[in-house]
Ligand binder design. Sequence first.
Ligand code: BG6
Length: 488
Amino acid sequence: LQLQAGFPKGFLWGGATAANQIEGAYNEGGKGLSTSDYAAYKDPYATGKVDNFTFNVTSKELAEYKENPEKYLFPKRWGIDFYHRYKEDIALMAEMGFKTFRISISWARIFPTGLESEPNEEGLAFYDKVFDECAKYGIEPLVTMSHYEMPITLTEKYNGWVSRELIPLFEKYARVILTRYKAKVKYWITFNEMNMNLNSLYTGAGVLEDLIAPEDKLQATYQASHHQFLASALAVKACKEIIPDAQIGCMINQIESYALTTKPEDQLQALKSNQLNMFYPDVQARGEYPTYMARYFADNDIHVVMEEGDEEILREGVVDYVAISYYMSHVTEAREDAAKLAGSFDSPIKNEHLELSQWDWPIDPIGLRISLMKLYDRYEKPLFVCENGLGAKDELTEDGKIHDDYRIDYIRQHVEQMKEAIKDGVDLMGYTTWGCIDLISCGTSQMSKRYGFIYVDQDDEGNGSLERYRKDSFYWYKEVIESNGENL
Ligand code: BG6
């Protein structure tokens, strides 16, 4: 037994983004329209309390957005114009010393409707350029195949992942990108935060929820998840064939549930809530459905339709590592709606020991250590913190500075806890902070909710010069990377 004090050599420091939140150029280069292109801006403060989930789209809204697009703002269509500015942006990341850069590939750039038999060459060529630019600086791309978007055609034709038809379409897409980028990309993630299906079926699964009767919602959630598990497993299998020296992982939005009290009933509920989230990596990291779900399915009248051969696909598609995003912990107690709240950002029960971010997200660095220790105990596979960060309002001073000590404090505390977790024996591959460059918020489509080390001059309506500025945190993170996590 050897104590690992400090970050291991070769630790993958960097930052994370997603195509639909940075690229813009939504109708350039032959790209088809994505589900995220229809996430219209809705005032997140309309009810007086911040709504972190304005991103759901109903069938009525979709019809209206198609009919009268000029009446709405669609921030994910313009992003931060990474499509045209990737060289400048990657140079800034290189300046911070990034070892890795997490991006996602937009499915609709490669297969505009998802249905074509041949990929869109211009889309493929764009990511070639991005990866080549990373290679110039020795930055390893970490690529998510599906990050909260897909061709809108697949929503319209099949209502997204509730349909099994999507599996071969995704496999085709995965094989195309794996083959094309086999020499350039060695780190992959199949689906972003699949457990967030418990929260929104539109965002990750392209499902218009209003087309599903409320009493069938859970059934649809688990059926869509089953199809994604199969698609993910097939992509893992393809990756192992096509790029034998690559590593491919699954990903979960890790929200550790604490029990409100020491009452055994509350403790039991916390365990169950954690199981509901862990179910996702359990399937992907162990290759089979965990037995506890049989009871949950029976109690909730859920009947996941499986076909012969599905179990084998899951067994053969076990991931190499487990990636997590980590923003907060959650408090639960024995109550009727506890299961419903398990994957939710908005727990009605507050943790009085934690401070909240400006968007009411509880800040809990020790929760990250707890999460890493529990996940490592459970899977004994390498872990990757591929998202973490503080969404906050920043002020650009007249002399072009951003003094974001609050962000430095947040990240410092989380890095300290990762260091502790490594000492506790956790095998941690890397850390990519979320939104290393300011980008469009996933949940609220705001630009003013900023996570970056790099400030982007743009407001919620899309006005601004798009000029990039280095925040104070930029210089701080550079030093963290340079010292391999020693100088915090
Ligand atoms: C994660 C998503 O859940 O949270 C990202 O993978 C998202 O896409 C991030 O941006 C932060 O959420 P938000 O709503 O603040 O952008």
